[in-house]
Design a protein around this ligand. Structure first.
Ligand SMILES: NC(=O)c1ccc[n+]([C@@H]2O[C@H](COP(=O)([O-])OP(=O)(O)OC[C@H]3O[C@@H](n4cnc5c(N)ncnc54)[C@H](O)[C@@H]3O)[C@@H](O)[C@H]2O)c1
Length: 366
């Protein structure tokens, strides 16, 4: 791919915090393919530089093009001085997509301060520096977790947030949303009452799958916390069976129901968000990103069994504390405002997850 695209020549690069991670790496593929240049800041606490090497391969960036289009800084966003250096040494960023954060729900219950420190402090420094260096557009990775145990499905953006969140991780997401709104509002208090800041909050439902090439995907450290990476390891024979956490929920087959979406669809959602923020007047905007379909644990194991060609062995265990019965999105707002909707099917999600898992049985260390 050419070193400079017309788009990159016209606008500054996109700053991607946490870009070596699962969703970040897939989003970078889409950004590069669509002509953006990116600057990635990641401390690799839950990721590997190999992900970005594979991204460069997928987008055909040779060393010269990579130097210009996919710049990487091994920086902790909680290290203000190091983060400031990134701003000082880069062209003015067009926008920032803020993925960096710790995300293990169970661990956040055991070590909440680690989560509050990492996720909140990093965001404070990022916002201060964006303000100082003239980058006034941020897309933030929030989560359906902010809705807690919503009692009405599907969940719209109007559904109450903040109450009933069962873990520190979810509360960091809720708090950051509130901080972003306060920050934006503070910018409208000047004489003109206006600002050029725009804040887009994306509430992801359950991203799964991988790039269709199988070259990048989710690479959990140790025992996967989320259902589908675990199922993929059972499919590959790395784990013997899946423990299903409860089959006595008030759902069609008794297992938990979630809204799974393909990570490539989610990646495209970020491009739509950046473009929306660029076109629209300043403001704060919040969107659900999901398919609008609820799938049970058994729906998922069946679909994965079809993708890998054999049954996924399951054993039913007790409910897991903090889990809710059902959670799926109303993603109409993203469709009407962003022009985005999830297109890829459950079979495609499982096909691509299996392609990644079977080609990379030990993740990026394979
Ligand atoms: N994967 C999901 O199911 C899901 C759902 C909803 C929201 N989210 C949010 O989306 C974002 C991306 O998720 P993901 O699945 O790609 O996670 P991930 O762990 O794969 O990616 C996050 C990246 O952030 C980096 N990071 C963490 N703390 C950092 C710090 N202080 N400084 C620099 N880098 C740091 C990690 O090394 C990692 O590369 C996260 O904020 C997560 O909470 C994820």
């Amino acid at each position: 791919m050419a070193t400079t695209t017309a788009k990159a020549a016209a606008i500054g690069p996109i700053l991607i915090t946490g870009g070596a991670g699962y969703i970040g790496s897939h989003t970078i593929v889409c950004l590069l393919e669509q002509g953006y240049n990116v600057v990635v800041v990641d401390n690799l606490i839950n990721s590997s530089l190999a992900a970005l090497d594979r991204v460069a391969e997928l987008v055909n960036l040779d060393d010269a093009a990579r130097k210009e289009r996919l710049v990487f800084h091994n920086v902790d966003i909680c290290d203000r001085n190091a983060l400031k250096k990134v701003f000082e040494t880069s062209p003015t960023f067009h926008a920032c997509i803020h993925f960096a954060g710790l995300k293990a729900v169970g661990e956040s219950t055991k070590i909440p301060l680690k989560y509050y420190h990492n996720n909140l402090t990093g965001t404070f420094f990022l916002l201060e520096l964006m303000d100082e260096f003239g980058c006034h557009s941020i897309v933030f990775s929030s989560s359906a977790t902010v809705y807690g145990a919503a009692d009405k499905m599907p969940i719209t953006e109007e559904t109450t947030v903040g109450t009933g969140i069962t873990n520190a991780y979810g509360r960091t997401k809720y708090m950051i949303e509130e901080i972003l709104r306060d920050f934006y509002n503070s910018k409208t208090l000047g004489e003109s009452g206006t600002t050029d800041w725009s804040v887009v909050i994306l509430r992801y439902f359950n991203p799964i799958g991988a790039h269709p090439s199988g070259k990048i995907g989710e690479d959990p450290d140790g025992i996967p916390n989320n259902l589908m990476p675990y199922v993929a390891q059972v499919a590959a024979g790395r784990r013997e069976f899946l423990t299903v956490f409860g089959d006595d929920y008030p759902t069609p087959d008794g297992t938990g129901v979630r809204d799974y979406l393909h990570v490539m669809d989610l990646a495209e959602g970020h491009i739509a968000a950046i473009e929306y923020a660029g076109k629209k007047e300043a403001g704060t905007y919040t969107f659900n990103l999901g398919t609008g379909n609820g799938c049970s644990v058994f729906d998922m194991t069946k679909a994965m069994g079809k993708a890998c060609g054999h049954e996924i062995k399951c054993k039913v265990g007790a409910r897991r504390p903090g889990d809710i019965a059902t959670c799926y999105a109303d993603a109409t707002l993203a469709k009407t405002k962003l022009g985005w909707e999830a297109k890829l099917t459950l079979d495609e999600m499982c096909r691509d997850l299996w392609s990644w898992q079977s080609q990379n049985p030990n993740g990026y260390a394979s």
